[in-house]
Design a protein around this ligand. Structure first.
Ligand code: PLP
Length: 358
């Protein structure tokens, strides 16, 4: 039986959106493609109220971790990686695996990294970039990105790199106002599309930095990607045109609903899930005041069997996610992102109550 995805990505994709991918193709050097890509980027500009450079590249979001590492750190300089979960740790690895240097600002999983902690590190040392995970999908912790952006304004040589993979398009994100330099996401989360496109928003400051960095590779070279767009309004290599049809279509829907309304809908789903979890004797893994609106990581205080739950849910055409990595069994995660609604969420929570006899 097909299962409705209440996992933190890939999330549920609506039939009308899926169908967009069946449109007949055209060449990626045609005027038709230029019109399609331009329409996608124009809508991204509008949705995120940004005048920064935007791009939708054919890859998953992790591509931008390599882009950040290889484009924004100058020779002999280093990064500060804020690590409070598995995905923020992956960003640190991307930098180190590129042969570059990063200091880790590490806090316990479930906790947030505050501006005070970041400031202390920035006052100790010079950093070319600070990396922050806006929404740590492994723990359900949301960073106070606006405050971090405000802090970074006092450190003009340090670029703010943000992994917004699991919240961009769901939670409110204002790159220009908040002062982010590279913020990226994947389509399979809050955009409610299949996986396969990586969306990036890049400041002019970041692009200028990239010009100072040698050996940036080919596919992940920001100058090449943006330069090609500048000249031809296209991508340097063959993109996933089918998914771009779907993104173009989806962005129209997102603009109709509006970024504020979308984030309000996500917050309502998160608040409802939090209350439900506490009412039933579970805990919330993420620190209070820093809880994600797109994914709830429930502390499994009742020591329920998450595997059994998913077996029961499968019979009802539903699935949620177990805890991530070392949190497996200790937590479980409900992804309430993308096109999900409070109504559907209530049905899911009732189904969980039935399976677990809560
Ligand atoms: C916060 C975060 N960062 C990065 C990733 C990796 O994204 P992708 O699998 O699209 O490369 C994920 C995937 O779940 C994520 O949740």
């Amino acid at each position: 039986m097909q299962k409705k995805l209440w996992i933190p990505g890939p999330t549920e994709v609506k039939e009308d959106v899926l169908k967009q991918q069946a449109k007949p193709l055209f060449g990626h050097r045609s005027n038709d493609f230029t019109l399609l890509y331009d329409s996608v980027l124009t809508q991204l500009h509008k949705f995120f109220k940004t005048e920064q450079h935007v791009m939708a590249l054919t890859a998953s979001g992790t591509l931008f971790m390599d882009i950040a590492a290889r484009n924004l750190i100058r020779p002999g300089k280093k990064a500060l990686a804020c690590v409070n979960g598995s995905f923020s740790s992956r960003m640190y690895e991307a930098i180190v695996d590129s042969g570059l240097t990063a200091d880790k600002l590490d806090v316990e999983w479930g906790k947030a990294i505050t501006t005070e902690m970041i400031k202390e590190k920035l006052d100790e040392s010079d950093y070319d970039i600070v990396t922050v995970c806006f929404n740590e999908t492994s723990t359900g912790v949301k960073a106070d990105l606006k405050a971090i952006g405000e802090l970074l304004k006092d450190y003009p040589n340090t670029l703010l790199v943000v992994d917004a993979v699991s919240s961009m398009g769901g939670d409110l994100l204002l790159p220009d106002e908040w002062g982010t330099d590279l913020v990226f996401a994947s389509t399979q989360k809050c955009f409610a599309l299949p996986p396969g496109l990586a969306i990036g928003i890049v400041s002019q400051k970041a692009l200028d930095r990239a010009k100072e960095v040698p050996n940036k590779g080919l596919y992940i070279n920001l100058e090449k990607v943006l330069g090609y767009y500048e000249k031809k309004k296209q991508t340097p290599s063959t993109p996933n045109i089918s998914l771009l049809f779907a993104l173009d279509y989806k962005l129209k829907q997102m603009l109709e609903e509006g970024a504020e309304n979308i984030s309000k809908r996500h917050k309502e789903m998160a608040d409802y899930t939090h209350e439900w979890a506490l009412e039933h004797g579970f805990g919330l893994f993420a620190e209070e005041g820093y809880r994600s609106v797109t994914v709830t990581t429930v502390e499994n205080k009742l020591e329920k069997d998450v595997g059994e739950l998913n077996k029961g849910l499968a019979e009802k055409g539903l699935v949620i996610a177990n805890g991530y990595g070392k949190l497996k069994g200790l937590t479980f995660r409900i992804g309430h992102m993308g096109d999900h609604t409070l109504e559907g969420l209530k049905e899911l929570l009732t189904a969980i109550e039935e399976v677990w006899n809560l």
